[in-house]
Design a protein around this ligand. Sequence first.
Ligand code: ZN
Length: 160
Amino acid sequence: MILEIKKYPDSILRRKSEKVRVFDEKLRRLCAEMFETLKINKGLGLAAPQIGKSLSFFIVEFNDKRLIFINPEIIKKEGEEIFEEGCLSFPGLFLKIKRPKRIEVKYQDLDGQERKIKADGILARVIQHELDHLDGILFIDRLSWLKKISLIKKLKKMRA
Ligand code: ZN
């Protein structure tokens, strides 16, 4: 089933998500549906709040590999890099965002097993973007204050 993606300024995108405590078939099915939804929308990552679930997990499809990050946490950050990002909750909007270049993330898999991953490049970028969604943070929040103000004005005009 293809899920509906919540678009800015839907208030669920601003909510801090709850920890996943139950690792069951329902969660597995939801992840499978999110991968379907991600593919059809040609995205790299999708976080649970974007499909209306305020739960702490996201999925990434990268180099034909499907990754699921449940209750993730960044435990190491290194360097800095500016890179263009898009977001399925902001169709057609691409922004150059500065973020750490290399990260190490602790998370749980679908069985609730603790895992760690080191990432750089595009993968590090996608993970950081999706992890922000779990805290109610959007990529427009990562712009400088002035850029953000003018962008929010533009977005309001586009919707008017
Ligand atoms: Zn996004």
